[in-house]
Design a protein around this ligand. Structure first.
Ligand SMILES: Nc1ncnc2c1ncn2[C@@H]1O[C@H](COP(=O)(O)OP(=O)(O)OP(=O)(O)O)[C@@H](O)[C@H]1O
Ligand SMILES: [Mg+2]
Length: 219
């Protein structure tokens, strides 16, 4: 479904060029949960940003269903970002002035729709129906992350990219968010998840480690 070939990314730093990704090759199959482990600074977030079309590679290709996303016109790329990909971040990134329900609906509104029924179903599914009119500030970290997961799913993405989705949660809460992710995964939702938590990763379909700019398959 999503395939990278010799994917490269360099940044210009004050001390010269930083080669962060130096030829990443991997493939994410539909319905799988692919995990990426790696030290802080190894380029995990950089990789997710490229996969999600939020940043451009310096070299190599990312193919989505056989098409190089670098060859997409700006509008097609925006479509890819908004419809094909969902994002979940470590610090949730919910809009503070919107309720739970409104935060979940937001990505559909950006596409000019209002997917109220689906948003309601997702809010129920993540266990926050009673809290649907609450603001993010009135929720715990784990609850906010549940909202972020529901929001990532509102437009029916092909893949959800998660950047340390449990990195800010205590162990028990982290496990409940992990379970939620695997529940959606069992229903067929594809995930690519960056984490520091090896126990979480172990439950995935495939686990890679990003080290010195390349991905190594752990299993
Ligand atoms: N826009 C940028 N400009 C310059 N350097 C950048 C930029 N974005 C990332 N980097 C550098 O690229 C390297 C990889 O960053 P990245 O955020 O991908 O790491 P990470 O593996 O996600 O780390 P962490 O586990 O701490 O989140 C870092 O050294 C970072 O400073
Ligand atoms: Mg990161």
């Amino acid at each position: 479904m999503l395939k990278t070939t010799d994917l490269r990314k360099s940044f210009k730093g004050p001390q010269g060029k930083l080669d962060i990704l130096r030829g990443v090759n991997f493939e994410i199959k539909k319905g799988s949960s692919v995990f990426v482990l790696g030290r802080s600074g190894s380029g995990k977030s950089t990789l997710l940003h490229l996969l999600g079309g939020l940043d451009h590679p310096t070299g190599g290709t990312i193919e989505y269903e056989g098409k190089n996303i670098a060859s997409l016109a700006e509008r097609e790329l925006a479509d890819y970002r908004n419809k094909k990909v969902g994002f979940v971040f470590q610090f949730y990134h919910l809009l503070p002035e919107l309720t739970v329900q409104e935060n979940v609906e937001l990505p559909s509104r950006i596409l000019g729709k209002r997917n109220r029924k689906r948003a309601e179903d997702l809010v129920k599914k993540v266990g926050l129906w009673e809290r649907r009119k609450h603001l993010p500030s009135e929720l715990s970290g784990g609850e906010q992350q549940r909202v972020a997961i529901a929001r990532a799913l509102i437009n029916g993405p092909e893949i959800v990219l998660c950047d340390e989705p449990t990195g800010n949660l205590d162990e028990e809460t982290a496990v409940s968010v992990q379970e939620l992710i695997f529940e959606f995964n069992r229903e067929g939702q594809t995930f690519c998840i960056v984490t520091h938590d090896e126990d979480f990763a172990r439950k995935g379909t495939q686990v890679f480690r990003l080290h010195e700019g390349v991905l190594g398959l752990i299993w």
